[in-house]
Design a binder for this molecule. Structure first.
Ligand SMILES: Cc1cc2nc3c(=O)[nH]c(=O)nc-3n(C[C@H](O)[C@H](O)[C@H](O)COP(=O)(O)O)c2cc1C
Length: 190
């Protein structure tokens, strides 16, 4: 999360319409009280059986910097990440989803002027995930291993609440599956 260059949303519709995955943040600090306020409200998200199956770890300041450094070190040595606990996408993604995924990547890289063959710059861009794209605050979401798919839906509802509440306060966000590639390092620092 980071302070915005766009104004705050004053309706849910406006929050939804102005939310986007931001991948270049300024480092203006976000106060702990603001984060607590967002989380307190967001945690009213519904969950199946009221399990509230989520845990949210907030990292800022030196905690954030140490985590970023540990993961960047890992990424530099091994860009494929650690042994995953789950697949981010299905192994054999079918149409139309495969084309959507490819197109999203192509549009993003071409917008920032990285050609398809420039593996080095593509890797560097992916690596920005692990700096939270420069945001001063990172939220790490975890869920107990025993949970099923429905509880992942619950987690998504919580995350969307957070992203929309952030918009209401003039903040932007980027949801990131990429951090799941570093589950071991994240757990060790938790
Ligand atoms: C669960 C989830 C995981 C995502 N993971 C990443 C990620 O690791 N890195 C990234 O740059 N964007 C990630 N995104 C952002 C999506 O690429 C983005 O939401 C999508 O392209 C639509 O764009 P928009 O959010 O700007 O509307 C993720 C989004 C979701 C919902």
């Amino acid at each position: 999360m980071s302070m915005p260059n766009l104004s705050a949303a004053s309706t849910v519709t406006e929050a939804i319409n102005t939310r986007k995955a931001v991948r270049a943040f300024c480092n203006q600090p976000v106060s702990e009280s603001l984060i607590r306020e967002i989380l307190t409200t967001a945690l009213q998200a519904p969950s199946s059986g009221n399990l509230q199956p989520w845990k949210v770890y907030v990292v800022a300041g030196s905690e954030r910097d140490h985590l970023v450094q540990a993961v960047i070190d890992g990424y530099t040595k091994n860009p494929s990440g650690e042994e995953p606990e789950f697949n981010i996408y299905p192994q054999a993604l079918t149409e139309p989803y495969n084309s959507r995924r490819r197109e999203a990547g192509e549009v993003m890289y071409s917008l920032i002027g990285i050609p398809r063959h420039d593996k080095e710059r593509r890797l560097a861009q992916v690596g920005k995930n692990f700096e939270f794209f420069g945001a001063p605050v990172g939220l790490i979401f975890t869920i107990d291993k025993q949970m099923e798919q429905m509880q992942f839906a619950d987690l998504g509802l919580l995350m969307q609440n957070i992203m929309l509440l952030a918009r209401e306060r003039g903040l932007h966000t980027c949801p990131q599956a990429a951090w799941s590639m570093w589950q071991q390092t994240v757990r060790e620092r938790g």
